[in-house]
Design a protein around this ligand. Structure first.
Ligand code: ZN
Ligand code: ZN
Length: 228
């Protein structure tokens, strides 16, 4: 299980080859700011391992354009361009340059934009979008998977409560008992579990759950999906 610190070190290593000398300090400060935010670390890792335009560059500002069900639409402003990313605890997608907009209607609608034109109008001036608040510091969101009050956690989030025993879903044995398995082997098992959970009634995130998680930093090996 990779800890947040390991992830951060990997990103810092990638940055040695990716960020021009003159911008290293500024780019490193961004990694520091989001060192406890698994979702942003996913994005940074993706950026620095692929470099969308295949030229040396670095992220200097990260703005949150929209958020839905634990999935974030980010604009990463680099020293050369503005890039769009979709990121969640589970995965990251590079969408393209901000100037090219978003072509997929499904994506636009998921994030609450009626069409491409509205997206373009709203994002023409990025000043209206503040810097993204690191996940653990935004009191309205699950500190790990960043869903909002009333939304379901990303499956595998250690904050999700078990509907069968009310314990920590990634720690209790209910999932094995329910599936009649010794362990979960693959995606198909996880899907079966998802169905069972939904039938039993998943416990959505509630902001009052947050105080039970004051020491996420001491518990870094628990903050990645770990259902399997
Ligand atoms: Zn969560
Ligand atoms: Zn349980």
């Amino acid at each position: 299980m990779q800890t947040l610190d390991d992830r951060k070190k990997e990103i810092e290593l990638l940055m040695r080859y990716a960020v021009p000398e003159a911008h290293r300090q500024e780019a490193a400060a961004v990694v520091e700011t989001y060192g406890g935010d698994s979702i942003v670390l996913n994005l940074l890792h993706n950026f620095y391992s692929r470099l969308p335009d295949a030229v040396d560059d670095g992220i200097k500002t990260l703005r949150l354009l929209a958020r839905s069900q634990g999935t974030f639409l980010f604009c990463a402003t680099t020293f050369l361009n503005d890039y769009l990313y979709i990121a969640s605890l589970a995965e990251v997608f590079y969408l393209g340059k901000l100037a090219d907009g978003i072509a997929e209607e499904e994506v636009l609608r998921f994030f609450g934009f009626a069409d491409q034109q509205i997206f373009a109008d709203r994002t023409r001036n990025l000043d209206g979008f503040g810097n993204h608040t690191p996940a653990g510091l935004d009191n309205a969101l699950c500190p790990v998977c960043a869903v909002a009050d009333g939304e379901y956690h990303t499956l595998g989030c250690p904050v999700e409560l078990c509907p069968w025993c009310n314990g920590q879903l990634t720690r209790c044995n209910c999932r094995f008992e329910q599936l009649g398995l010794e362990q979960l082997e693959d995606e198909a098992d996880v899907e079966k579990l998802r169905e069972k959970l939904e039938a039993a009634g998943r416990v959505p995130f509630a902001t009052e759950q947050r105080p039970a998680y004051p020491t996420m930093d001491d518990n870094e090996d628990e903050v990645e999906p770990e259902l399997i």
